[in-house]
Design a protein around this ligand. Structure first.
Ligand code: ADP
Ligand code: MG
Length: 730
């Protein structure tokens, strides 16, 4: 990379104009979902009996017969090929970032030397992808077991490009999950069963509890020429060096600011694609940092919402390229400015239409509301370390617990209104709560909750897990993550908590307590026990870190050790009780987590070493030698005291550059040695810890000194686009 390439890239980026977007002639309501095999389409393409049987199977989680599968496959193929599909694929979510697909054409030999279009129920329902190179943590032994993908009937098939994509789970021959979807479906099932049991204490007609997810996807855009001129962005998704731009987000002028026209064209194009694919994209705006944006859809049931988020991440990358952008989903692509998260707005609701975290109109509704809130608080308290593990990764670690980021501690923000209500309940006696008349009416102020909640304005952006009026927002989730990881841990923990709550209430009822008395007593107990998780203050402050430790919350900061939370007895028991993970699965998954953690840092360390030694040091040396030349020439012109004075500034620079280069070279050596040493460690956990302890610190030092050099070396010579060039789309 020579600096002329950098300037060429900057010029290209600055000259680009907004791309025109091909607007559909129809309105969004007409093309919404046209690439999806949804109910309306199924109704058109499937025989009536097939349609009814499939809906029944979806709603009541029933298995599908072979003949039903054949009939669905036939209709699905007809729809897909009529809409331009030539291939089909089982679309699944392995334990890597993103999704996996292997395409097959809809053709078979016809026995007459030609081919015919076919797609059978067998191919729809199950396939055996040759998946030996997906991460499996040792579960899949390549010679004895294959991976199976199996159709998830609860999420509709869709056409991406010219390929019919069938959402599937991915499991081993012996039934262990090798993906995110399988345990997500299990966790959703667990929270459905447990939630419905508790909801029936209030409404005996409840059959199911549904879980909703509304994610908010934050991302950065970078012009593709500039991106191409930054090997660190290309290889690792983040800048491994780069001095802060003099102006970044300090004027707070980007958040909700007007959207640059190039970006607006990208967003429009993306939204049209989303809507065709049935993703209900609704909100878009600038985020806090320059070049940072957000897209949020209307919330949906969690399994579908998560499929849509994964699909969105694929679409974003594709559409961005049409607009000469690259999308950065990394949690911290640029140091010194905000990182990207993916708030997971999460709620539960009954099949009778009641949202369980929304205050109601009657005391009865509100007793149900506080019951569910208290159970969430208890579950998050009990499993705070696990929830942190569920959102931790090598990339999200830069956003949590690192510089300019909230600490890696899970706490719940309720806001003062809800806190008051909960306090009142916690500190009242049962007789206080029962009306004096002895009837089941209670003077808790429960009736007034809705009015109080409407103005829930004291939102706290520093909280990792916040109550926001009718839902909880799990904000610690990273922008590149598969939301399933957080949703699995959260829903399993809440399901387990609801089960034990239900059992405790039942046993009180057996002892003759009234229903209200029993529920309130248990709610009060939960609120008392889980007090430590409630924190409405500034999560970024140093005091909070000390206080959180004193409260017994998990304050571990080393990601590989944070993953340990999955294997603690209380987690293993919880996951086994809810049927979400077996111990074998948990162990295998942690192996994968440690391995991926190590590999991510390994790649970064390699790229950084190369850039430091092959890009930065040579340029700094060249500039330094120019200064040396200058000193020699000046000295030949001016002698004595005057000469010494004239060259003193250059000499000072020369020395400083030497010192920075010296440290960079020494730290690169130290980093390479640390890597070699760590690579020799067999145990994946120990290896990941060694990367954290020994490889990351020299990387930080290298960056620090390179960023200093960036301020000294002639701008004309600097090889990599600078932050001020990367971060401001015109
Ligand atoms: P903010 O940035 O202020 O938190 P947004 O409007 O960007 O709000 O995002 C809110 C997200 O929460 C949207 O995806 C929305 O659909 C979702 N949401 C709203 N209500 C619920 C709910 N009850 N359950 C789950 N998600 C919800
Ligand atoms: Mg939000």
């Amino acid at each position: 990379m020579s600096s002329s390439l950098r300037f060429k890239a900057v010029e290209e980026a600055n000259n680009r104009k907004a791309q025109s977007v091909k607007l559909p002639s129809e309105r969004p309501t007409e093309y919404f979902g046209e690439r999806v095999f949804n109910r309306a389409t199924m109704f058109r393409y499937l025989p009536k009996e097939t349609y009814d049987a499939l809906q029944d199977a979806i709603e009541n989680k029933k298995p599908i017969s072979r003949s039903l599968a054949d009939s669905v496959a036939e209709g699905m193929k007809r729809w897909a090929t009529e809409n331009g599909a030539r291939h089909y694929t089982h679309w699944f979510h392995p334990l890597t970032d993103g999704t996996a697909e292997k395409h097959d054409a809809f053709i078979e030999h016809d026995g007459k030397g030609g081919v015919m279009e076919t797609f059978s129920g067998k191919l729809l329902v199950q396939q055996e992808p040759d998946a030996s190179s997906f991460p499996n943590g040792g579960i899949r032994n390549t010679f004895e077991a294959r991976g199976y993908s199996a159709w998830d009937i609860s999420s509709p098939a869709f056409i991406l490009g010219e390929t019919l994509c069938i959402p599937t789970i991915f499991i081993s021959y012996t039934g262990e999950s090798l993906d995110y979807k399988t345990p997500l479906l299990r966790a959703l099932n667990a929270v459905d069963l447990a939630g419905a049991k508790v909801a029936r204490l209030f409404d005996p007609e409840v059959k199911h509890v549904k879980c909703f997810l509304g994610w908010e996807q934050e991302y950065f855009l970078v012009d593709e020429s500039l991106y191409g001129a930054r090997p660190d962005l290309v290889m690792t998704g983040r800048t491994l060096m780069g001095h802060e731009s003099p102006k970044n987000q300090q004027l707070e002028d980007h958040y909700f600011g007007s959207i640059p026209s190039r970006v607006e064209a990208f967003m429009l194009d993306l939204e049209i694609e989303c809507h065709r694919l049935g993703i209900p994209a609704k909100t878009r705006h600038n985020e806090v940092a320059p070049n940072q944006f957000e897209l949020a859809p209307i919330f949906e049931e969690t399994n579908l919402a998560n499929d849509h988020n994964l699909l969105l991440m694929t679409l974003m990358a594709e559409v961005a390229r049409r607009h000469n952008f690259r999308v950065l989903l990394h949690e911290k692509p640029f140091s010194g400015i905000n990182g990207s998260g993916k708030h997971n707005n999460w709620s539960l609701g009954t099949d009778r239409g009641k949202m369980l975290f929304a205050p109601g109109k009657t005391p009865e509704d509100n007793l149900q509301f506080v019951t569910f809130v208290a159970n969430v608080m208890a579950a998050v308290h009990k499993h705070n370390g696990l929830l942190k593990a569920s959102i931790m990764s090598a990339t999200n670690a830069h956003r949590l617990g690192a510089n300019e980021a909230p600490p890696a501690i899970i706490s719940i923000f309720t806001g003062s209104r809800l806190a008051d209500v909960l306090d009142k309940i916690e500190n009242s006696t049962v007789t206080d709560l029962m009306g004096l008349s002895g009837k089941e009416e209670y003077s808790l102020g429960l009736a007034q909750i809705p009015d109080l909640m409407i103005d829930n304005t004291d939102r706290n952006r520093t909280s990792p897990f916040a109550f926001t009026g009718n839902r909880f927002e799990f904000r610690a989730v990273g922008s590149s993550a598969n939301c399933a990881s957080a949703m699995i841990a959260l829903n399993a923990a809440v399901a387990d908590q609801l089960n034990s709550f239900h059992a405790a209430v039942e046993s009180r009822l057996e002892k003759g307590e009234s229903r209200t008395e029993a529920i309130l007593a248990e709610v009060r107990r939960l609120l008392k026990e889980s007090k430590a998780i409630h924190f409405d203050g500034n999560g970024y402050s140093d005091e909070w870190q000390k206080e959180a430790a004193g409260r017994g919350l998990d304050c571990e900061t080393c990601p590989p050790k944070i993953f340990d939370a999955y294997l603690r007895p209380e987690s293993v028991e919880m996951f086994e009780r809810t049927g979400v993970f077996t111990k074998v699965e948990l162990e295998a998954r942690n192996e994968v987590k440690w391995e991926i953690y190590t590999k991510k840092i390994q790649i970064e360390a390699r790229v950084l070493g190369d850039l430091a030694m092959n890009h930065i040091i040579p340029v700094a040396t060249r500039y330094q030698s120019m200064l040396v030349d200058n000193v020699v020439k000046l000295k030949s012109l001016f002698s004595g005291q005057k000469g010494a004075e004239i060259v003193s500034h250059d000499l000072d620079m020369i020395e400083k550059i030497s010192r920075h280069m010296f440290v960079i070279k020494a730290k690169v050596e130290e980093m390479v040695a640390a890597r070699k040493k760590a690579n020799a460690i067999e145990d994946e956990r120990e290896k990941a810890i060694a990367y954290y302890n020994e490889v990351l610190p020299p990387m930080e030092a290298i960056r620090y000194h390179i960023d200093k050099l960036e301020l000294m070396v002639d701008n004309e010579m600097w090889p990599l686009p600078k932050y001020r060039e990367l971060l401001f789309i015109r």
